[in-house]
Design a binder for this molecule. Structure first.
Ligand SMILES: [Zn+2]
Length: 299
């Protein structure tokens, strides 16, 4: 009997243990209905890529989107990564860049973080080029930007398959808005197509291309720099000899030279937004481009 009683107690203890273990498992099963996802950090190289990624990511849970410190003015040309940027990249799972060579620091990033997944927004975009140099400012062409958004969606979908349907849905919704933006360009295309223009930032090559304008002369003023008399006379001869009486410029760097040219020749200057910086809002690109369309419409 004594032995049986001992066995009975042991059996009861086992049963209690088994039930409580079962309950624990069951509880874990309930609380685990929403498994704790690991947070994913996505870093973008600069403004237009950030805005595109912001639209693709939308409200995806546990996805953190950050941008590099980036220059406060101008594009990314010759930008050097800061120690903060390197620190940020050390936490990144995915790094989305524009591509086309505008991120000159990519070699450093690839060697410092060989595991980092790099998505190149322009990978499948046909970039404009002036012979030997590729023009990476593709975001200013709406078709090119639409392709960039799809490229970002593809890259994110394969890096983070859990959110794949959401990324694709968000990208498609954003693409609808971009398609409407292109429709708004149509009147201006009819008006400006075939016109000879002078550009004061090579980025505007994509704007000229969108509207079917011919580029007679490019004076690349993407930074504070002295402009030689030879460059100004080059602009003046394009204006006079090729009837390129429209200048697409950027207010920040183009104003001084544009005013000097306007003293010598009858030209119209339009100050456009190159969208290489601005408000960090989802619709910033749409708003900036709509404003550019409006400015071109008013010529
Ligand atoms: Zn630039």
């Amino acid at each position: 009997m004594g032995k049986n009683k001992y066995l009975f107690v042991a059996g009861m203890l086992f049963a209690i243990l088994a039930v409580s273990m079962g309950l624990t498992t069951l509880y874990a099963g309930f609380s685990g209905q929403k498994p704790q996802e690991k947070e994913i950090t996505v870093v973008t190289s600069f403004y237009p890529v950030y805005i595109a990624a912001m639209n693709v990511i939308g409200d995806a849970e546990n996805v953190r989107l950050e941008n590099l410190s980036e220059p406060q003015t101008g594009c990314l040309h010759d930008f050097q990564l800061t120690p903060e940027d390197m620190k940020l990249l050390s936490t990144a799972d995915v790094f989305i860049v524009n591509g086309g060579g505008i991120e000159t620091f990519m070699k450093d990033v690839a060697s410092a973080y060989p595991e980092l997944v790099i998505v190149e927004a322009c990978e499948f975009v046909e970039l404009l080029s002036d012979g030997d140099e590729t023009n990476a400012h593709a975001w200013l062409g709406v078709s090119e930007y639409r392709d960039m958004v799809q490229g970002i969606a593809e890259g994110l979908a394969s890096a983070d398959s859990m959110h794949e349907p959401l990324y694709r849905k968000n990208a498609a919704e954003y693409d609808d808005k971009l398609e409407k933006l292109q429709e708004k360009q149509q009147d201006v295309i009819r008006k400006l197509s075939g016109k000879n223009v002078v550009l004061f930032h090579e980025a505007f090559d994509y704007i000229a291309h969108d509207y079917g304008m011919n580029v007679s002369c490019v004076l690349d003023l993407d930074e504070e720099r002295p402009v030689s008399a030879g460059e100004v006379s080059g602009v003046l001869s394009a204006v006079r000899d090729e009837n390129a009486n429209l200048i697409l410029a950027e207010e920040l760097y183009g104003k001084g030279v544009a005013e000097a040219v306007q003293k010598e020749a009858d030209v119209t200057v339009v100050y456009l937004n190159p969208l290489n910086r601005g408000e960090y809002e989802k619709d910033s690109y749409l708003k900036g481009m709509e404003q550019n369309i409006k400015l071109l419409q008013e010529i």
